[in-house]
Design a protein around this ligand. Structure first.
Ligand SMILES: NC(=O)c1ccc[n+]([C@@H]2O[C@H](COP(=O)([O-])OP(=O)(O)OC[C@H]3O[C@@H](n4cnc5c(N)ncnc54)[C@H](OP(=O)(O)O)[C@@H]3O)[C@@H](O)[C@H]2O)c1
Length: 261
C-alpha cells in the first residue's frame, strides 16, 4: 500500500517522547517532512537524532509550550518556513494531572483545559488554511477515556470527550474541503506517562508499580502493554493518503481493553 506521505509536511505536537515521537518517527520513515515540538530542547534534539537514523523525510524541531498562544503561533510559522504548507496535523499533548474530582480547584481545571483541549483548538485554527489547500488530515490523540472513564483521571475523562466532540464536528464541517479528521485513543502503551501513572497509583494504594502493572495487564485481553510503534502505525495510516474515506471516527489502540460496542 502506498501511504502517499513522501514530501508531505507534518506538524506533530508533543513529540519529544512517547506517542508523539513514535508517530513522528513513523511518518518520517514513510518520507514525510516532520516538525517535532515540545518544551525541552534537549529531548527534541535527541528525538531528532534518533528519528534521522531511519527517516526518508527531513526532521526538524521547534520549541513549543502548548499552554501559550504565541508559542503555538511561532511553531506553526516555523513549520511553514522550514517545510512549506502543512498537510498533516497530529494533535497531542502532555497528560493532565491525575486525581479524583475533589482534589481539583478552578486553576487545575483551567490548566487542563488549556493544555489538552484549547491547545488543539488553537493549532487547528492556525493550520486550517494550509489543510484546505492540501486535502489535509487532522488526527487528535485522546485516550480510551473517550469510551470509558478511567478511575482517578477526572481531568482526562472530561477533556478527552470534549476533543471527541470537536473532532466529530470538524469532520462534518471540513469534509467538503477534503479534510479528514479522526481521533485515536491509546489504551495502555508503554511510555514515560504510563510508567508515571502506574507509580502514582502504586503510591496511592501502598503497592509496588509492578503489582499495579500486573493488575492492569489482567484487564487487557492481549495480556501486554502496547508498544509506541504499534500505536504509531495506526496513526500513520489515518493521516496518510491511503485513508481517503474514513473521517469522524474514534479509533482505540488498546489490545482489546475496552469492551463497549
Ligand atoms: N501512553 C498511553 O498509554 C496513554 C494512554 C492514554 C492517554 N495517553 C495520553 O497521550 C498523550 C501522550 O502520552 P505519552 O504517553 O506519549 O506521554 P509522554 O511520554 O509523557 O510524552 C508527553 C509529551 O508531551 C510533551 N509536553 C508536555 N507538556 C507540554 C506542553 N505544555 N507543551 C508542549 N509539549 C508538552 C512532552 O515534552 P516536553 O516534556 O519536552 O515538553 C512529551 O513530548 C498524553 O496526553 C497522555 O495522557 C497516553
Amino acid at each position: 500500500m502506498d501511504l502517499q506521505l513522501k514530501g508531505k509536511t507534518a506538524l506533530v505536537l508533543a513529540s519529544s517522547s512517547g506517542l508523539g515521537k513514535a508517530i513522528a518517527h513513523e511518518l518520517a520513515d514513510e518520507g514525510a517532512n516532520v516538525m517535532l515540538t515540545s518544551r525541552s530542547e534537549n529531548k527534541l534534539k535527541a528525538a531528532k537524532e534518533e528519528i534521522e537514523k531511519t527517516a526518508k523525510g527531513s526532521v526538524s524541531y521547534t520549541l513549543l509550550d502548548q499552554t501559550e498562544y504565541e508559542s503555538i503561533a511561532k511553531a506553526v510559522k516555523r513549520t511553514r518556513e522550514t517545510f512549506g504548507p502543512i498537510s498533516i496535523l497530529i494533535n497531542n499533548s502532555g497528560g493532565p494531572t491525575a486525581g479524583k474530582f475533589e482534589s481539583f480547584k478552578d486553576e487545575d481545571w483551567q490548566q487542563a483545559f488549556e493544555l489538552t483541549l484549547l491547545s488543539y483548538v488553537r493549532v487547528i485554527r492556525m493550520v486550517l488554511p494550509d489543510l484546505k489547500e492540501n486535502n489535509g488530515r487532522i488526527l487528535n490523540n485522546t485516550s480510551t477515556s473517550t469510551k470509558e472513564p478511567i478511575d482517578g483521571l477526572t481531568l482526562s475523562n472530561v477533556f478527552r470527550t470534549g476533543i471527541l466532540g470537536l473532532s466529530k464536528t470538524l469532520a462534518q464541517e471540513l469534509a467538503a474541503d477534503n479534510i479528514l479528521v479522526n481521533t485515536i485513543g491509546p489504551g495502555r502503551i508503554q511510555t514515560e506517562r504510563v510508567e508515571e501513572l502506574d507509580q502514582i497509583t502504586a503510591n496511592n494504594k501502598g503497592q509496588t508499580s509492578e503489582e499495579i502493572k500486573d493488575a492492569n495487564l489482567s484487564t487487557i485481553p492481549m495480556g501486554r502493554y502496547g508498544e509506541p510503534e504499534e500505536f504509531a502505525k495506526v496513526a500513520t495510516f489515518l493521516v496518510s493518503g491511503a485513508n481517503t474515506y474514513m473521517t469522524g471516527q474514534n479509533i482505540l489502540v488498546d489490545g482489546g481493553k475496552i469492551k463497549a460496542i
